[in-house]
Structures are given as structure tokens and as C-alpha cells.
Write a protein that binds this ligand. Structure first.
Ligand SMILES: [Ca+2]
Length: 339
């Protein structure tokens, strides 16, 4: 009898997200990886951030339905009076999705009857300790709320992977703070206390991830009459205009797919390099609130709590993303959806 071929089981994924143009690309990339057998959905929880709690919920439902995953449960944001900064509809559009949500399938899921995100997170981690990978793509409100309600719960995740922070580069909402952390620094502080092996993907690497209009045009041209392919390209065009307006891409026609880097870490880790250290967040400063600090000193008595990404192979990562998005489109064509 032939020896069994090693086939790793798909990684169980729970995503906490605030769509968001770049969140949308991360969700679509994951859908492709689920189709390819590398990932398995546990659920998606939404959080107030880029836009309101209601809109992030609606967008996540629509993006899941777009790829054929309408059965995945979506949780709604916990309420936490934290924001002293504006949302990011200026960047992502009033609906958080480039004002394109009217093109997408409507989901029957209702915000009013959805489960609260913290309850979903607690239940998912308690029912499969050490098995579920949690990806944080928005403010850390829901994760902190789960930890407050059930201390130690985040330790039950297989891994906690966060797009958060800015260390050696300027922030994107203040000179020092990145949006997800600046939106709710107290929540970030609670999450930083929760484990010793957090994986953090900061602006230091995501600023290098410019998904260009040419790249998404190639997807749209491969699937000219297909809703998914056209949506990917139109969202990319909208986000590129935003990025150009805010001078985030050095004049390049493209946009920063910040949140997608978490997916790259999990499924294509060869594209990233990390530094181990102790990360803390400033919650008090007049000008520094939301700043993250990485203690890189040798010989410090402080125990490290994170792996922080410091380098990324940007072109390699983006090429893989485009390839996997094409696979997702191809799968939908095979399923006969809106061709
Ligand atoms: Ca996000």
C-alpha cells in the first residue's frame, strides 16, 4: 500500500474586518484560498472603523456573497465609544467600497439580528482551542471586547495576525499613528497584553504594496463580462484615485492593499521578514496617542510579545495576489455566475 501523501488540513480562519477597499481585497484573496483548499471559513466579524458598524456589516456580507460564500456567518461590531478621529470614508467611499456596493448582490443577512462580534469570537475559540487563526483587519475593538468579557480567550487562537501600527514610517492618520490603532488605542493595548506571539503587519511593509490599475485591469480583461472581475478593477480604480489625492503612492496609479498582507503572511510567508520584540501602544499623549513602539534593544528585561514585519517582497506578493484573484474569478465562471 502506498504511503499516504502529506496533505495539510485547511487553516481555519476567523476574520475581524471593517471593509474598506483593502479589507475587500483581503476577503477576496481568502475566498480564493478557500476554493483552493488551503483555508476554511470559521466566520467573519465586522467592526466600526473605516465606516459605520452597519456599513461594515453590509459590505462584508456582500463581498462574501460575491465570491459564493453567503453561508459564512457575519457578526456585527460591538459598541465601544472610542473614536475621537474621523472614519475613513474619505478614502474608501461613503459605503466603504468605492461607492460600488449597489453593483453587488444584496445579502439577506440582517444587522439587527446578527450575533455580536465578541460573542462569535469567544464561541469560535472556545469550541476549537488552538485551531482557529484570527486575522484582525480593523480597529481592535471586537478582539479587546472578547478578551475583556472572557480573559485569556485570545490565547486560545492558533495565531493572532494583525494589520496594525507604524514603526519606522509615518502614520496615516497622525504623524505617528496608523488608523486601526489610532481609532481605538485602548483596545490595541488590551490585545497587546493578550499573547506573547502576536503577528503584526505594520505600515512599514504595507506602504510598499501598491496594487496598480494595470494589474487589476489584467483581471478585468480576462473576465470582461463578469461581475467579480469588473468589481475588482472598478474598486481598484476608485481606491487609486483616493491614494493619488492623498499622495500615498508617489504618483503611481495604484493603491495600498494594506490588509491583504495578513493573507500573504499566512499562505505565502516567504514574502515577509520579521523582527521579534516588545510592542506597546501610547494611549495618553496629546500628539502621540495611537503610536506603537517596538522595543528592539538587546538585553532588555522586557519579554517580547510580537513578531513585527520589517521587510516585504512587494512585487512577488502582488503577483501572487493577482494570480489568486484570477483563480477566484475562474471558479465563479465555472459555477456559471453572472458571465
Ligand atoms: Ca481594514
Amino acid at each position: 500500500m502506498a504511503s499516504p501523501i502529506f496533505a495539510p488540513s485547511p487553516r481555519k480562519i476567523l476574520v475581524d474586518t471593517d471593509p474598506g477597499g483593502d479589507d475587500t481585497f483581503a476577503l477576496l484573496w481568502l475566498q480564493s484560498l478557500v476554493n483552493q483548499g488551503f483555508a476554511e471559513w470559521v466566520g467573519v466579524t465586522t467592526v466600526r472603523g473605516n465606516v459605520s458598524a452597519e456599513l461594515t456589516f453590509r459590505s462584508a456580507c456582500q463581498v462574501l456573497a460575491l465570491g459564493g460564500f453567503e453561508s459564512v456567518e457575519v457578526g456585527r461590531s460591538v459598541v465601544w465609544n472610542c473614536a475621537k478621529i474621523a472614519d475613513a470614508s474619505e478614502i474608501h467611499g461613503a459605503d466603504g467600497m468605492g461607492n460600488l456596493s449597489h453593483l453587488l448582490p444584496q445579502s439577506p443577512r440582517q444587522f439587527a439580528t446578527a450575533r455580536d462580534a465578541d460573542e462569535m469570537i469567544i464561541e469560535a475559540l472556545e469550541s476549537a482551542p488552538g485551531e482557529v487563526t484570527v486575522i484582525g483587519l480593523g480597529p481592535l475593538t471586537n478582539l479587546a471586547a472578547a478578551e475583556q468579557k472572557r480573559p485569556g480567550i485570545l490565547r486560545l487562537a492558533k495565531e493572532l495576525v494583525l494589520m496594525a501600527g507604524a514603526f519606522e514610517v509615518p502614520g496615516n492618520v497622525t504623524p505617528l499613528a496608523e488608523f486601526n490603532v489610532a481609532f481605538n488605542p485602548e483596545a490595541a493595548a488590551a490585545v497587546l497584553e493578550s499573547r506573547e506571539d502576536l503577528v503584526m503587519l505594520p505600515l512599514d511593509v504595507t506602504r510598499k504594496l501598491i496594487l496598480t490599475v494595470e494589474m487589476t485591469e489584467a483581471i478585468a480583461q480576462s473576465y470582461p463580462n463578469h461581475l467579480l472581475g469588473q468589481f475588482i478593477h472598478q474598486l481598484s480604480q476608485f481606491m487609486s484615485e483616493s491614494c493619488l489625492r492623498h499622495r500615498e503612492t508617489a504618483g503611481v496609479q495604484g493603491f495600498l492593499v494594506h490588509d491583504a498582507v495578513t493573507v500573504a503572511y499566512l499562505f505565502y510567508p516567504e514574502t515577509l521578514l520579521f523582527r521579534r520584540g516588545l510592542v506597546r501602544v501610547e494611549t495618553a499623549g496629546n500628539y502621540t496617542r495611537g503610536q506603537m513602539i517596538l522595543d528592539r534593544r538587546h538585553g532588555t528585561k522586557s519579554l517580547p510579545n510580537a513578531f513585527v514585519a520589517v521587510e516585504v517582497e512587494a512585487m512577488n506578493l502582488l503577483a501572487i495576489l493577482v494570480d489568486d484573484l484570477k483563480r477566484l474569478c475562474s471558479q465563479r465562471v465555472k459555477e456559471g455566475v453572472r458571465v
